[in-house]
Design a protein around this ligand. Sequence first.
Ligand code: PLP
Length: 381
Amino acid sequence: MSALATKLIHAGELKPRIAGAVTMPVFQSSTFEYGDETDYHEIKYLRLNNTPNHVVLGDKLAVLEDAESALVTASGMAAISASLLTVLSKGDHLLAQYGVYGGTHTLITESLPRFGIEHDFVDGANPADWERKVKPNTKAIYVETIANPLLNVPELNALVEFAKAHKLITLIDNTVASPVNFRPAELGIDVSLHSGTKYLNGHNDLVAGAVIGRADLVEEIRRNLNHFGGCLDPHTCFLLHRGMKTLAVRMRHHNESALAIAEFLDKHDAVDRVHYPGLCEHPSHERAQRLMDGFSGLVSFEVRGDAAGTVAFLKRLEIPILAVSLGGVDSLISRPAAHSHAGLTPAEREEIGIKDTLVRLSVGLEATEDLMADLDRALVA
Ligand code: PLP
């Protein structure tokens, strides 16, 4: 079973099938009859994320990313916070890439310092910057495969070498790439994190997360999560499982459609600049091409004019829905300065290059030509 599309359907599935059911049933039970468990963490209990629905999803995710182990969590932020609070302790220092997801940024800048964990932000594409900022108490380095909204890809081969040299744990948020386009464990990255809310599920109808990676670390994170309480409900496991089965075909369309739309916008007179790693002029193009099997479905662009004009453009659109989030069948569009990155100060946004006229389009599964026509009409008006 080597192709990812086949693994998505069959990896991790229960054998023998329950009463022959082709689709994994929902085990809607909070507790399970006691076996011969000797450890609290082995007791079968929903909060411990270990019902059959959780186990099958974890096994499937580990196979998809060629990793040793995986678990699902209540949300992407549950996966990220439990992982950072596991690998970092009081007095430790974290290196994190500039421009990480807004929720992660706030976790690092506001929550972690309250537990005595300090940080420095680094340029993901510039190893010299990491060398300048690493400290004797640095324990981990945190990046995103494709950091949105500017869609920068870090220098990941150098990151693994740097982490080895300084004995750091490597964590990557692989949400935007998805396992179809990038599998962090293949490069030697320790922990891959996902907002399963996005491409993994793909239907804008649930919130979930995943931790995938080195078995010892995933186990430590699992034990902490058992106490933090961020478990995924079994019915949501079922929906995530169903969504994941179509990930390969969905990603193929997202990749192709986003590239075509990025090329179209790049030539458009009402657009100042397009950010898409599949375009030659994107600063991460060479790395994205070298590391990934596709450039994924997000396209960011700066609308010519000012913030008010950009807001008016968004209102004229008929297909993309003005909403945060990404990675689903419905195209979604947002203005990072007002939505995902509203928690940052204007100075912080300026520092990471997020302009008021920047919009981020999550290209859904609608026909590419319909999306282009809608964008063109709204831009020209
Ligand atoms: N990582 C990225 C790249 C995201 O875009 C998001 C949410 O937008 C998250 C993590 C957080 O995921 P969740 O909303 O599932 O907690």
